[in-house]
Design a protein. Structure first.
Length: 360
């Protein structure tokens, strides 16, 4: 892709992010590419919707994020509003989403501009609700404590069909997860959970997470959920500290919606999209989550080695019982040509397997 307009999302709390931002601005000036910083880290005043940030940046075809996964998610929300691609520069500590080391940002921008980079798409989640979301004025200060100004509730999608009893379609494309959680420590949220239109169970819990495979290594993982390959499509339901025997994750197909209804005797529940508070549900309200038509384009310099990154980021160590086996080969494929019946499988290149490869 030829870059014409670039939006820059910077974690201003990190000096290294500011330094790399200067390199990106210099690259933009040399290549006659409009480069606009999109300030998402302001601490005073109201937060603006992603449409406003798209307009400020001139509707960029590439959004570059400088920070960790949190900064990346902010950039992804902006890109989703204008069908732009996202390039994540890794300045965080755990990062599964960010791709490029800070020292390689100029080379990465050259690769994108010269159409040498790969574009990897990720599944996102869409959201319907029984009514438009809002944050009650009486709860604003409590909910936003320590978070800075909140994003406004998502707008209703005007182009979506309005059908009685099917709620309203909200302008949301979640890359990681959509979460309902209790508002106060001593009051659980009670939910009726429906998969593919049928009741699974009623839960009394701290909350419930509906995640993508990309988000399986985020909050869902911390709550005991499984790790899913980001190359697959699925909807992952994980309860958070449920007060019941069945506390397992359920992995549904992308066309099987997960609906959460706040039961009449429940306390209210806070709804977050990709970690950002977007509204409060009262008893009787519901949301329904399913795979969105929109897929987020991510810029990659090489095919993602997700499992090597998993081993590296989580600092996985081998079982003590295997110590006597000696160091294991990091690749589980023979060096020769791949047989025809295995040619469709994802495997590391033969030359990388011979040289030992690199950590993701």
């Amino acid at each position: 892709m030829t870059v014409k307009r670039m939006g820059l999302v910077v974690h201003h709390g990190r000096r290294d992010a500011l330094r790399v931002a200067a390199d990106v601005h210099t690259w933009g000036a040399l290549h006659n590419v409009q480069c606009t910083e999109i300030d998402v880290w302001q601490h005073d005043g109201p937060r603006h919707a992603e449409e406003d940030r798209q307009t400020v940046a001139g509707h960029p075809d590439l959004v570059v994020t400088l920070g960790g996964d949190g900064t990346f998610l902010r950039g992804a929300r902006i890109a989703a509003k204008g069908d732009g691609a996202v390039l994540g520069v890794d300045l965080g500590t755990v990062g599964f989403l960010t791709e490029v080391p800070a020292q390689d940002v100029v080379a990465a921008l050259d690769a994108v501009n010269e159409d040498r980079a790969l574009v990897e798409t990720r599944m996102t989640l869409a959201l319907r609700a029984s009514k438009p979301l809002r944050i009650p004025t009486s709860m604003e200060a409590l909910l936003r404590s320590g978070r800075g100004p909140a994003l406004p509730p998502p707008e209703v999608r005007e182009e979506a069909d309005a059908v009685d009893d099917w709620g309203v379609a909200l302008d949301v494309a979640a890359l990681n997860d959509i979460v309902l959680e209790k508002l106060v420590r001593d009051r659980q949220v009670d939910l009726g959970v429906y998969l593919a239109g049928r009741l699974l169970a009623s839960y009394s819990a701290d909350g419930a997470i509906v995640a993508t495979p990309t988000g399986s290594t985020a909050y869902s993982f911390a709550a005991g959920g499984p790790v899913l390959s980001p190359n697959m499509d699925a909807v992952v339901f994980t309860p958070v500290a449920p007060h019941m025997t069945f506390d397992r994750t359920v992995v549904a197909a992308p066309d099987e919606p997960v609906a959460l209804r706040v039961l009449p005797h429940s306390g209210p529940a806070a709804l977050s999209v990709d970690g950002r508070l977007r509204g409060v549900l009262e008893p009787g309200d519901w949301i329904a989550v399913h795979a969105a038509d929109y897929r987020l384009p991510l810029i990659r310099l090489a095919p993602t080695d997700f499992y090597q990154r998993l081993r590296h980021r989580f600092r996985l160590t081998d079982a003590p019982a295997t110590d006597g086996e000696g160091p294991l080969d990091p690749f589980g494929r023979p060096p020769g040509p791949v047989p025809a019946d295995l040619a469709h499988l994802r495997l590391p290149p033969a030359d990388e397997a011979r040289t030992g490869g690199q950590e993701a």
